[in-house]
Every structure is written in C-alpha cells, then in structure tokens.
Ligand binder design. Structure first.
Ligand code: FAD
Ligand code: UDP
Length: 365
C-alpha cells in the first residue's frame, strides 16, 4: 500500500486527522470532491473581506485542550457573537437576555421579566416540554416566542414548532442578566487569517487531491491505503440502501455593496415568517473590517434533495433510527472509519469536531 490512510474530505475532521497522523510519521492522502479544502468552514477573501461561503462560523469552546490546539495553527481575534433579531420594525438583542426583555416589555429588573414570563404561560401547565413550541414557551413566554422564535424556526426547519424536538432551542443561552454574548463558552473568536488558512496549515505536508469524488473512484482509492477515514454522508456511502437521511440545506445570496457598513452587525436575524430569508450576514464585522465596500449574504433555508449541500441534519426519531441502522453497518467495516458531521449525522460545532478527531487519533494512531 502506498498510504497508511486515505482521508475522504478535506474538512476540519479530515485535516485534524491528517495533521496528527503526519506528526506520528504516517502517510496520508486526502481526496476532496470540491475544488477547495476546508469543507464548510471554507472562507474566500474578496476585497480584503473573509467571506464565509458555507455560512457564518464563529469558533467557541469551553474545552481548553481544543482551544490550545487550534491556537497552534491560527491566531484568533476577540470577536464575540451578539446577533440582532429584527421583527418587522422592532429590533431586539439575542440571545434571550435582559436587553431583550427590557425592550419587549419596558421593564428593568430580572424579577419583572420572570413575572411576565410566568404570567404568560400560567394557563399552559407545561411540566415536561414535548416539543420545541412547549420548550420555548416555558422558557421565555408567549411574546418572545411569537415574535422571535416561531417564524424564524419554522423558516429554518420548514416544520411546525410542534413537530420539532425541544433540544434545538436549548442550544441558545437564556439569561436574566444584561449580556448579549450568544455563547456561554469560555473561549471565542475568529481566525485572523481566515479558516481556510487554518486548514491549510493543518494539511501542510499532506498530499491533497481536489475535485476527486471518492465514491466515483472507490476501487482505485481503496487500493491506495490500508485504512480509510470517511467524512462524507454515511447514507451516500451505502448508496442510500436503507433509505435517505433528511437534511436542511441553505441557499446563500451573496452581494457586494458600495457602502462601508450595511447593517452595523455581523448577524441580523429576520424572525418574521413573511421575510423569506432567515438572516443576513455582513462578513466584514466578524473581523472589525474597515474596507470601503461590504459583502452581505442572505440565507434561505430549504429542504435538502440529492445534489444539494447538506447542512443541518434533521434529528427526529425517524432519521435517528435510520442513522442507527447505517451506524451498525459502519461499525462492522474493518477498513473504514466514519467521522465528522456527515459521517456521524450530527450537528457538530467545530470544537466538537476537533475533539472527536483527536479522540479517534488517540485510539487509531
Ligand atoms: P465538512 O466541513 O462538511 O467536511 C467534509 C468534506 O468532505 C467536505 O469538504 C466534502 O466536500 C467532502 N466530501 C464529502 N463526500 C465526499 C466524497 N465522496 N469524496 C470526496 N470528498 C467528499 N460550528 C461552529 O463551531 N461555529 C459556528 O458558528 C458554526 N456555524 C455553522 C453554520 C452552518 C450553516 C453550518 C451548516 C454549520 C456550522 N458549524 C459551526 C458547524 C461546522 O460547519 C462543522 O463543525 C464543520 O464544518 C465540520 O467539519 P467536517 O470535516 O466534519 O465536515
Ligand atoms: N432561533 C430562533 N430565533 C432566532 C435564532 C434562533 O428561534 O433568532 C432558534 C431556531 O430554532 C434555531 C435554534 O434557535 O434553529 C438554534 O439557533 P442557532 O443560532 O444555534 O442556529 P444555527 O446557528 O445553527 O443556524
């Protein structure tokens, strides 16, 4: 065999594995079907602005080991994510915190906020929230749910809030302090030279073949290496033989505007149902950019179909069961190891992907 490992996918998972393998003297070949490395964290520099091509990415973690690891390959800025929610002409701070409540109800203290929320849900008697709607109502009350959650969530997921799992909304912090930090994590920032450079550094010294779809050259590829690390879609690997796992996809409408500052914030969510996009990203604000022009992306969420980019796994019971059946097949493979967000059918933040890749390296290398 020419290589110890063939890595399918030049995303973060594959790149971390490649780096660790190289450190231990193993020889890897990375094949990537796109014409660039870095997977979904790929950024392209346009007129000095790092444009996040597959959706905005903010690095955040509480895992000190992971933070130290990425800092070996990139220097991070001090960006703290604080999105704005826009409902018709009203503007609110996110995540849900005292700034949101004070604007919504004209109040000042946590006690007042808690009392209003309690009064708005008193007649619902929710003890164990069964779905996203019940979970959201029980956390923030009816006004915040109706204005900031219902429309956005239904656009994002293409499903009624009653048909979505409660955990999706628990991803967001809820605070009774005046704190607009979207994350609770200890470390946060954006690589100053962009995510593509970070992945480039991880892949330094490893051979990468772009525009190469493993599934179209499976046999030749398999002959090249002792083992395969596969970070593509698990159902596609098995030719969808047990059925198709559902995803949400996103269409990005990106344009450059002849102005310095369009919306004054990196992320503005449009939470009413009637606006067709979910949010507008103004890329330069992730890096405190002062360029004379600006680049924005509107995000339109839609159901994934074959050929689209898969973005968000739809982790409902049906899909999770189907995934478990694919997983059982995957676990019986001797030569192939599945990893990353597509191989695990999981919404994985970047820090979790790095941690998972390092864990695999610990076992495998
Ligand atoms: P990917 O980046 O998807 O890499 C897999 C690679 O494999 C791709 O390049 C793909 O082209 C390639 N591939 C697939 N099949 C084949 C094949 N058959 N042959 C060859 N190559 C193949 N995380 C955060 O921490 N913070 C955020 O703010 C954040 N925002 C996000 C926003 C959006 C819209 C989305 C969808 C995700 C976000 N994430 C965020 C998660 C982050 O994108 C992932 O954690 C990370 O990109 C996963 O890396 P990966 O290597 O597992 O997968
Ligand atoms: N959400 C919402 N209103 C908002 C922002 C988020 O209702 O203004 C909900 C929505 O259901 C979303 C979930 O919270 O799917 C998680 O939000 P997050 O910002 O983590 O979504 P992502 O960045 O993954 O798109």
């Amino acid at each position: 065999m020419k290589y110890d490992y063939l890595i399918v996918g030049a995303g973060l998972f594959g790149a971390v594995f490649a780096r660790e393998a190289a450190k231990r003297g193993r020889k890897c070949l990375v094949v990537e079907k796109r014409n660039h490395i870095a997977g979904n964290i790929y950024c392209e520099e346009i007129h000095g602005i790092q444009v996040h091509r597959y959706g905005a990415h903010i690095f955040h973690t509480s895992d000190k080991k992971v933070w130290e690891y990425v800092n070996e390959y990139a220097e991070f800025n001090h960006y703290i994510n604080s999105p704005i929610a826009r409902y018709r002409e009203e503007l609110y701070n996110l995540p849900f915190n005292m700034n949101t409540f004070s604007k919504m109800w004209g109040i000042a203290t946590p006690r007042e906020a808690r009392d209003i929320i309690a009064a708005q849900i008193a007649d619902l008697h929710i003890t164990q929230p069964k779905n996203l709607e019940e979970q959201a109502l029980s956390l923030v009350g009816r006004d915040v749910y109706e204005k900031l959650i219902k429309g956005y969530t239904e656009k994002q997921w293409g499903r009624d809030c009653k048909d979505l799992p409660a955990f999706i909304i628990r991803r967001l912090p809820l605070r009774f302090t005046y704190d607009n930090n979207y994350f609770n994590d200890r470390y946060q920032g954006i690589p100053m030279e962009g995510y593509t450079r970070l992945v480039e550094k991880l892949l330094e010294g490893t051979e990468v073949r772009l525009n190469t779809n493993y599934l179209e050259h499976r046999e030749e590829c398999n002959e090249l290496a002792d083992k395969i690390i596969y970070t593509g879609m698990i159902d596609q690997y098995y030719d969808y033989s047990l059925g198709v796992l559902e995803y949400r996809s996103v269409r990005f409408e990106t344009e450059e505007l002849e102005m310095e500052n369009y919306q004054g914030n990196a992320v503005v969510n449009y939470t009413e149902r009637e606006v067709p996009y979910t949010r507008i990203i103004e890329h330069k604000h992730f890096a405190f950019g002062t360029q004379p022009t600006t680049i924005i992306s509107r995000e339109y969420s839609r159901e994934w179909k074959r050929g689209d980019e898969p973005y968000y796994p739809v982790n409902n019971e049906k899909n999770d069961d189907l995934y478990a059946r694919y997983r059982a097949m995957a676990d019986r493979e001797e030569k192939v190891i599945f990893g990353g967000r597509l191989g695990s059918y999981k919404y994985y933040d970047m820090d979790k992907v790095i941690a998972a890749a390092l864990e695999l390296c610990g076992k495998e290398l």
